[in-house]
Design a protein around this ligand. Structure first.
Ligand SMILES: Cc1cc2nc3c(=O)[nH]c(=O)nc-3n(C[C@H](O)[C@H](O)[C@H](O)COP(=O)(O)OP(=O)(O)OC[C@H]3O[C@@H](n4cnc5c(N)ncnc54)[C@H](O)[C@@H]3O)c2cc1C
Length: 389
């Protein structure tokens, strides 16, 4: 039986591993953490609605459920042309026939980023946001700035949704505590119409929500740098903030940069429609670490990462003669689908494809649906229920 090494036990890597097992291949999953971090539900950590432990899914349990070998180690280098991966503790690793790279992405460097925190960073960073928010609440008042950045070198690597989710959840939380009037919440972004990729209706709805909840907005101004107490924009105007929650654009993973894989200008791996890395027959890249060729409104997303895992597994199974058929393309599944959460007020179901852009408000139930999704995700990852969508 041919052996596939999957690098990265995140949303895409675990799905590729599951799909490969279902195709009848042997899988070794190599990840630096022994858990899968369910990013979409981590948005509730800052307000304490969920604990970090509930956001984790044990990769030991995952590996046991799917008959996968798990290696918890850090990948430091990929030498694809030598069929080699270098691990921090184990050193060189060559025991594989195929490689699936699913290492995710990192933050685009920006001046003063160390003064900001992001919900899209490490699990420790999400916990730190909670701590800093609690400190401000104990102090009695504060100014909080929420923003995200753009990436001119790869427009798919922009993550705005979770920033809006944390903003609306924090607003709701402060209201619930009866202290909202003591806090100034400001949203900022360099693009003139942040959220635009979800369509004009969504933009209008976001504006209405900002007005309704008294959230200030600074958009269309490039960010010069972050300081310990605020944001300096290109025109030297200054947004004072006690806490800056900023999600920079995505950027190629350092390990990918330290590899012989072909990348685009932002450091994402160039792939074929089948997710095979360009020029490497036995190497695939899926999820956030891959360069997505797509319409301008596309964003890197979890459900696309999962779909890419299936496309790659299908292709490897075809190459190994484990099934008949034709190669599939990840491009068949390019859309934006997310449930944008706003706390117990509800949420909005956002959908964008070439044909349609919509944001449907779902009061209260939207929040419950996102919670139910978190449970569904955990159960299908652990093989306890089938995956239906
Ligand atoms: C806060 C937030 C909310 C989101 N909400 C949604 C949503 O509602 N819907 C949606 O579709 N998408 C959502 N996304 C996007 C989605 O989470 C990502 O697109 C998805 O996680 C990408 O999957 P991935 O496997 O490519 O990367 P990741 O899930 O980031 O996984 C990468 C894995 O690689 C491991 N790794 C990294 N470096 C190394 C190394 N050197 N050695 C070994 N292992 C390593 C990491 O530990 C991690 O397990 C959200 C993202 C965030 C941050």
């Amino acid at each position: 039986m041919k052996r596939v090494a999957v690098l990265g036990g995140g949303i895409g890597g675990t799905e590729a591993a599951r799909a490969l097992r279902k195709e009848g291949l042997e899988v070794v999953l190599i990840s630096n953490r022994d858990y899968l971090w369910t990013y979409p539900i981590s948005i509730w950590i800052p307000t304490g609605e969920i604990t970090p432990e509930k956001v984790k899914i044990s990769l030991h349990d995952f590996a046991k459920a799917w008959g996968i070998e798990l290696i918890v180690d850090e990948v430091v280098e990929i030498k694809a042309s030598e069929n080699k991966v270098v691990l921090k503790n184990r050193g060189e690793f060559t025991d594989f026939d195929y490689l699936v790279v699913a290492l995710g992405q990192t933050k685009k460097p920006e001046k003063g980023l160390k003064y900001t925190l992001s919900i899209c960073g490490s699990p420790e960073e999400a916990v730190e946001i909670r701590k800093r928010l609690q400190e401000l609440i104990s102090k009695g008042s504060g100014k909080i700035a929420f923003g995200f950045g753009g990436n001119p070198k790869d427009k798919t690597a922009v993550r705005g949704g979770p920033v809006f989710e944390v903003l609306f959840n924090v607003d709701y939380y402060l209201n619930k505590l009866g202290v909202r009037q003591n806090f100034e919440l400001t949203f900022f972004a360099p693009m003139p119409k942040p959220g635009e990729r979800l369509g004009e209706k969504a933009l209008k709805m976001l504006d209405e929500l900002f007005q309704k909840y008294g959230i200030k907005k600074i958009t269309g101004k490039k960010i010069k740098e972050f300081t310990p107490n605020g944001v300096i924009f290109e025109d030297d105007s200054f947004l004072e903030a006690d806490l800056i929650l900023y999600t920079p654009a995505g950027w190629g993973h350092p390990v990918v940069r330290n590899s012989d894989l072909p990348t685009n200008e932002a450091g994402f791996i160039k792939i074929e429609d089948t997710c095979q890395v360009q020029g490497f027959d036995n190497v695939y890249a899926i999820g956030d670490c891959a360069a997505i060729e797509s319409p301008l409104w596309t964003a890197k997303q979890g459900h696309l990462a999962e779909f890419m895992g299936h496309i790659a597994a299908h292709d490897i199974a075809l190459k190994e003669g484990l099934k008949s058929g034709t190669p599939k393309s990840y491009k068949e599944h390019i859309n934006i689908l997310c449930l944008m959460d706003m706390g117990w007020r509800g949420g909005g179901l956002a959908y964008r494809s070439d044909k349609r852009a919509m944001l449907i408000p779902i009061p209260v139930l939207g929040h419950i649906m996102k919670k139910a999704w978190g449970l569904y995700f955990k159960l299908y990852k652990l093989g306890k229920i089938p995956k239906v969508i």
